[in-house]
Design a protein. Sequence first.
Length: 117
Amino acid sequence: QLQASGGGLVQPGGSLRLSCAASGSIFSTNTLGWYRQAPGKQRELVAAITSGGSTNYAMSVKGRFTISRDNAKNTFYLQMNSLKPEDTAVYYCNARPRGYSPDLGSWGQGTQVTVSS
């Protein structure tokens, strides 16, 4: 129900845009988010956007990453700028009912982001 794309290899300071396509029933009423998990680390929230358009970001990405949604395309995005090696991780998109744990929502398959020179 969620299909992520857009990962890849990029040099430090570069940019990538991740996309996550969702079915309409998931997209319209849920909080949409991007999470990441680096090797040996726990999964962490990167950014989220509510159905009303409110956003929140992890402190480590604030000012560099932007989450957005295109309601007409049932797709949401994560624009990642000024990428750092520590941004390297598998990134997952998620849709969950507002107020619920992401584990009770739907997950896309992961997409690898590698930041390296």
